[in-house]
Design a protein around this ligand. Sequence first.
Ligand code: GLA
Length: 385
Amino acid sequence: MNPIELSQQQFEQHFGYESQHTVFAPGRVNIIGEHTDYNDGFVMPCAINYGMAASFSPRDDSIWRVYAIDINETDAFDIKKPIPQSEDKWKNYVRGVVKYIQERCPEFIQGADIAMTSNVPMSSGLSSSAALEISIGKTCQVLGNLPLTLAEIALIGQKAENKFVGANCGNMDQLTSALGQKDHLIMIDCRSLDITPTPVPQGYSIAIINSNVKHDLVTGEYNSRRQECETAAQFFGVKALRDVTPEQFIERAAELQQLNELAYKRAKHVVSENHRVLEAVEALKANDMQKLGVLMADSHDSMRDDFEITTPEIDYLVELAQVAIGKDGGARMTGGGFGGCIVCLVPNQKVDALRQLIAENYQKQTGIQETFYVCTACDGVHQVK
Ligand code: GLA
């Protein structure tokens, strides 16, 4: 059963009456532009056909009753009272979004019954958290008929994750879940929030392969990367690394390297990655899939060697994928890193060969079974009922 039907069916079973509305917020996959969002830079993700569905009905009071179908847990809180943090992480995504929606729209005191379910694999770099946040933001908007743009809902989701959940993410995941466009990759300028949509190339599939490797150190490593990027930005005397061009970087690279090797490596990745995103837009416009393949490969090497966020399993998956795909199209790790997924742009006729090469080798080499998805680029959050 798809998440939309499941949330509706489980709502009725759990609350004993039919839900009035359903919203769906997608996860995302990032084609190129990693760890550039919090450097005010460029990213090129798309929303995917995996996401979070929330079915809900308004109540006569200000109580929120939330049923998390996948883990069979519930939460309840009164939104007329200050919303406290919970010890359960999942509850803080919901509570945090409601809290910051209220901060922006103090008139919002509408209670609700909600049942939600997701088919985005968790901790795999496909933004299961953003899908949750954006589905709750949209739920609030529908319940209160709130005058919020989708970009505003996205930034509220990010704020909830930063301040209420305690994960210091950038804005790419939430913006993509809110503003994705069917059949398009969206290039986002994470400073201005301008979006340039580019069609998914004709005859190509977006394949995602989950390494099923998860590391506990993700949060700490993510935060230290942010810190190192800030140190590098200070060295260049700019607000964010977005403001450093590749030429400016080269000019002072040796000086920075001598002063702070880590800041040098991180900045090298971010500055080159921003440039690669802009080049990727041009390559897609020109339908130059060989060039896009090179850019994706360079992006992966940069994440492996300079940003140091890949793992041996992920590197191996990318190598296999690159062999199967050949020159037209590409593969790289996607998302925050330290495990999770790789993303491939692969000619339709090579999808089966890709799947097979990985099935024959990955588990043999690593002892871990991969999961293979072919997904489509989808619209961002929307109300389905
Ligand atoms: C995570 C964060 C994003 C972004 C990526 C890396 O997904 O949530 O904001 O920084 O990592 O590109």
